[in-house]
Design a protein around this ligand. Structure first.
Ligand SMILES: [Zn+2]
Length: 409
C-alpha cells in the first residue's frame, strides 16, 4: 500500500496535480476536520442544531434535555424557533460560557442552570450526530468504506514497528520508527471504530497482557469502561510489549470518551455510539467506587465556543502531544478541514509548531455550485496565506476520491 503526495509543488505552487513522492520520506501528520466524516454520514456543524430539533422518540433523557434547551434558546436567547437551525453553535455556547466563567446569571438562568443546559446540549449533539450517521448509512446515501480503507492503511503502516521490535535485542530501530499520527477535530468515532476493528483483524486472538498487539493511542491516560478489557491498554504499555500504537489525537474530545468528574480518569469504549451515550450519567467510575465514592461518568467533548475550556487535564495532554507531533511532521495532510478563524487555538498551535520546511497537502471538496466553488477558493486562499511560502498542494475532489486514488492496498 502506498500513499503519495504531490511533487508538482516543486514546479508550480498550489497545483492540484498529484504524482510521486512516497510519504515514507518522513513523518506524516493527518489533520482531520468535519469533511473527513461527512461522506460517511456525519453532519456538518451547521446541521447539528437543526438535527437536535428533529430528535424525538429516543428516550426520556433526550426529551427532557431537548425541552430545557429549546426553552433556553427561545425564552432567554430570544431566537425564534424557525431560526434555530441556522444559529451557529458558537453563538449558543459563548454567552453560556462567559456567564459560567464570570459566575453571573444569564437573564433568569443562574450558573447551575447554565451548566445543566451546557450538559444537555453536549449530550444532544452526540445523539444527533449518531442518529444522522445511522440514518444515512441505513438509507444508503452514505458510505464509510473509504474510512475503513484509510484505517487499514494506517494500521498496516503502524504495525511495522512490531515487526522491528520482534526478537530484537536493540530497541533503536523500533524506537526510530514513528511514521505517522492523526490529529482529529471531530467528535464522531467512525475512524476510531474502523482503526480498532483493523487492529482486531490483525490480531484476532489475544492470550495475555504482554501480547504484542496494536492499540488506538489517544495520547492521554485512558481506562476501559468495563474492567478486564485486555484490548484497552495505553500506547506506551503496548510499545513496551513490543506491540504498536496508532496515534489518534482528538483535540475536541470524543463521543466514546467518558470522564470521571472526581478522579478525572478518562474511560473509553468502542462500538455503538448509542450504547456509549446511554452510560453518561448512569455508569459510575469503577475506580472511585472502590473507595466508596459514587461518581457518574460525564461526556467529554470540547464544545464550539469562543471561550474554549482547555484546562481539562486529559485534553491538555492531548493538545501538548499534538504540538509535538506537528513539530516532528515532515508532511501535513489536512483532510476536510477549512482552517476557520474560529479555531484560533488550533491555528496558534499550528503556527507555533509546524516546521518551517514542512510540506502541506490539503484535501477539500470543491463542489459544483457557485457558492461551493467560492467557499473552496476562499479556504484555499486562507491556507495559502497561513502557511506562507511552504510548499502546498490542493486536492479538490474530497476525501473519498483522495483515499481511493492515493491510499491503495
Ligand atoms: Zn473516578
Amino acid at each position: 500500500m502506498f500513499l503519495y503526495i504531490g511533487v508538482s509543488r516543486f514546479k508550480e505552487r498550489s497545483s492540484e496535480i498529484m504524482s510521486g513522492i512516497p510519504l515514507d520520506a518522513g513523518k506524516v501528520v493527518y489533520v482531520l476536520g468535519a469533511g473527513f466524516s461527512i461522506p460517511a454520514g456525519a453532519p456538518t456543524q451547521a446541521q447539528i442544531l437543526g438535527d437536535i430539533l428533529e430528535l424525538d422518540g429516543w428516550n426520556a433523557k433526550v426529551t427532557d434535555a431537548k425541552t430545557r434547551l429549546e426553552a433556553f434558546l427561545i425564552n432567554d436567547l430570544r431566537i425564534s424557533r424557525n431560526d434555530i437551525p441556522q444559529i451557529a453553535l458558537e453563538d449558543v455556547y459563548t454567552p453560556i460560557d462567559r456567564c459560567i466563567a464570570d459566575g453571573t446569571a444569564f437573564k433568569s438562568k443562574n450558573a447551575a442552570d447554565l451548566k445543566q443546559i451546557r450538559e444537555d446540549l453536549g449530550y444532544l449533539i452526540s445523539v444527533a450526530i449518531s442518529r444522522r450517521i445511522t440514518k444515512r448509512l441505513n438509507f444508503g446515501d452514505a458510505d464509510g468504506s473509504y474510512i475503513h480503507a484509510f484505517a487499514e492503511y494506517i494500521v498496516a503502516k503502524a504495525a511495522k514497528r512490531a515487526e522491528l521490535a520482534k526478537n530484537a535485542k536493540d530497541s533503536s530501530l523500533a524506537k526510530a520508527y514513528d511514521p505517522l499520527a492523526i490529529i482529529s477535530l471531530n467528535w464522531d468515532i467512525l475512524l476510531d471504530n474502523a482503526i480498532h476493528s483493523a487492529l482486531h483483524d490483525r490480531d484476532p486472538v489475544i492470550e495475555g497482557d504482554y501480547d504484542p498487539f496494536g492499540v488506538v493511542d489517544y495520547c492521554c491516560y485512558i481506562s476501559s469502561v468495563d474492567a478486564g478489557d485486555m484490548r484497552m491498554r495505553s500506547g506506551l504499555w503496548s510499545l513496551g510489549c513490543r506491540g504498536y500504537n496508532v496515534k489518534l489525537l482528538k483535540l475536541h474530545g470524543s463521543m466514546n470518551w467518558l470522564q470521571c468528574p472526581n478522579c478525572q480518569r478518562l474511560f473509553v469504549q468502542y462500538g455503538l455510539k448509542e450504547e456509549i451515550l446511554e452510560r453518561v450519567g448512569d455508569t459510575c467510575c469503577r475506580h472511585c467506587l472502590k473507595s466508596g465514592y459514587e461518581n457518574p461518568l460525564a461526556g467529554s467533548l470540547v464544545m464550539p465556543t469562543f471561550l474554549k475550556d482547555l484546562t481539562n487535564f486529559q485534553v491538555k495532554l492531548v493538545w501538548q502531544n499534538a504540538g509535538v507531533e506537528l513539530m516532528e511532521a515532515k508532511h501535513l495532510v489536512f483532510i476536510g478541514y477549512s482552517l476557520p478563524n474560529a479555531d484560533f487555538e488550533f491555528r496558534q498551535l499550528l503556527s507555533r509548531m509546524v516546521h518551517q520546511n514542512a510540506t502541506i497537502e490539503v484535501v477539500l471538496r470543491k463542489g459544483d455550485s457557485d457558492e461551493d466553488i467560492r467557499r473552496y477558493e476562499t479556504t484555499k486562499e486562507r491556507y495559502r496565506q497561513f502557511f506562507g511560502d511552504r510548499q502546498t498542494v490542493f486536492h479538490s475532489n474530497g476525501v473519498t476520491d483522495f483515499v481511493g486514488k492515493h491510499v491503495a492496498l
